[in-house]
Ligand binder design. Structure first.
Ligand SMILES: Nc1ncnc2c1ncn2[C@@H]1O[C@H](COP(=O)(O)OP(=O)(O)OP(=O)(O)O)[C@@H](O)[C@H]1O
Length: 449
């Protein structure tokens, strides 16, 4: 697969100190722009902390200060790409940092009422709806809306937050694509349904906000030995520009895939049954043809013909989706534009004793195992971003469930890009954790140069 380089930009964001942290004090941090484009970030601890000062490479496209609110960040790094999203491009945003550093504040926000505080995903949805409403007001145009998907990734599974937190499996198909599917449900008449991650059609901003709020209420909560469970999962929010025809066509595809399952199984069963009846096992091993049974080839052929008929129906449904999404039009907004926001698990789970000691004093064996998976995910993400940014031929998407799930978004075309926001705290107590986050961001950012 040949891949065009996908640009990556990394930003750092300092959050204000919490009241309790302010009492203990903060370490020094500064930034500079040595080559006039990318920023370096420098930090140095205050005594009694004996750690060494550290400076990043020029790797950060920008640094947001404690006084910068969500609206400022939205205007600078999300608003400029919205015209491209409306033309069909995909843009990915990742928030990376230790627990409590401000990832959720940045991606979703906690205050939905004040424009300056709404997180990047909701602010983007509101701005997209303003454009879609203008388009939809024209009676001649097919109406467009935003398809919302919200899921959590934990260990090797995805949990669909728009579908009661149903556990879904992440698999790579024969086509190399990643499939995220819920359990197979058997319906009346032997039919089955294999439900993918739900995409909810939202026609207004208020609809979307309500759906998002409700789904986030289903995030894994409760106390582990140290943290809320939410810091141990990656939350993925996808916003896609869709219309009713596309939604219906995708539903038709899932229906036909579901219909194919029992038909395919029946064809396999008939094949095996006939072959078994047609042979006799020998005592010393091996088989000989059964003289008393003539393999019923007509029965096998009928079952295979049935399978072919249902496979053709699936193919037809796939082509229908292709024809809807590929419909050549210069008009905007166009179908398929996407924004993907990822609130990553706490970076303290990365394998570094310095940050771990401060934030993870005591972990159960199960938590340590989860921590190792998060570590794998975050390392894999770094490698995938670096490979995408340098236009490498082979991108190691299969290294972790997180990168498998995001594969399609990274490959969505040369128009889009990825942006990482490293959320950081200058509280004295969080020097080690912040240092590690900035180091990670710096490594990712230099690959985008
Ligand atoms: N830039 C900011 N401005 C104001 N308050 C902030 C900012 N960043 C974070 N906060 C506040 O700090 C607290 C912790 O932030 P948040 O929950 O976003 O952290 P997190 O990195 O998502 O943590 P976790 O990984 O545990 O979910 C919240 O009360 C949040 O409102």
């Amino acid at each position: 697969m040949s891949s065009a380089p996908q640009p990556i930009s990394v930003y750092a964001r300092w959050r204000p100190l919490a009241a309790t942290e302010a009492e203990v004090g903060e370490f020094e941090h500064a930034e500079s722009q040595p080559n006039g484009s990318l920023h370096t970030v420098s930090i140095s601890p205050k005594p009694p902390n004996k750690e060494k000062p550290w400076s990043s490479s020029p790797a950060f496209k920008g640094v947001f200060g404690q006084e910068d609110d969500n609206a400022t960040i939205f205007n600078q790094i999300v608003a400029p790409v919205l015209p491209k999203v409306l033309q069909g491009a995909t843009y990915n945003y990742f928030a990376y940092g230790h627990s409590g550093s401000g990832k959720t504040h940045t991606i979703i926000g906690y205050d939905y009422e004040h424009e300056s505080q709404v997180g990047l995903s909701l602010a983007a949805a509101r701005a997209l709806f303003a454009e879609l409403d203008l388009h939809n007001a024209n009676a001649n145009e097919e109406k467009l809306c935003i398809g919302l998907s919200v899921f959590e990734l934990r260990k090797n599974a995805a949990f669909d937050l728009l579908n009661g937190r149903t556990q879904c499996h992440i698999r790579q198909g024969a086509d190399g694509k990643t499939h995220v599917r819920g359990p197979t449900v058997t319906l009346e008449g032997g039919k089955v349904r294999v439900q993918p991650i739900v995409q909810r059609a939202c026609w207004t901003y208020d609809d979307l906000r309500r759906e998002l709020q409700e789904s986030l209420g289903r995030r894994a909560v409760g106390s582990s030995s140290v943290h809320d469970q939410s810091s141990r999962t990656h939350a993925v929010l996808e916003l896609e520009i869709v219309n009713s025809r596309l939604i219906d066509a995708r539903q038709a595809l899932y229906d036909r895939q579901s219909e194919l399952v029992p038909v395919g199984k029946h064809a396999d069963d008939v094949q095996v049954e006939e072959q078994i009846k047609g042979i006799i096992p020998l005592e010393g091993g091996g088989y000989k043809p059964n003289p008393d049974y003539q393999i019923n080839q007509a029965r096998i052929d009928a079952a295979e013909a049935d399978r072919a008929k249902f496979e053709a129906r699936v193919k037809e449904a796939e082509e229908q989706i292709e024809s809807i999404t590929r419909a050549e039009t210069r008009d905007t907004p166009r179908l398929g534009g996407r924004l993907v926001f990822v609130d990553l698990a706490g970076s303290e789970y990365q394998n570094d004793p310095r940050s771990s000691q401060a934030l993870l004093p005591k972990q159960t064996p199960q938590e340590r195992q989860e921590g190792r998976q998060i570590n794998t995910d975050l390392l894999a993400l770094k490698e995938v971003i670096r490979a995408c940014a340098s236009g490498q031929e082979r991108i190691p998407f299969r290294s972790s469930p997180l990168t498998m799930v995001l594969r399609e978004h990274f490959l969505a075309g040369k128009e889009g890009s990825s942006t990482m926001i490293v959320t950081a705290s200058s509280a004295q107590s969080q020097y080690g954790a912040t240092l590690n986050s900035l180091k990670y961001g710096s490594l990712v950012g230099v690959s985008g140069k």
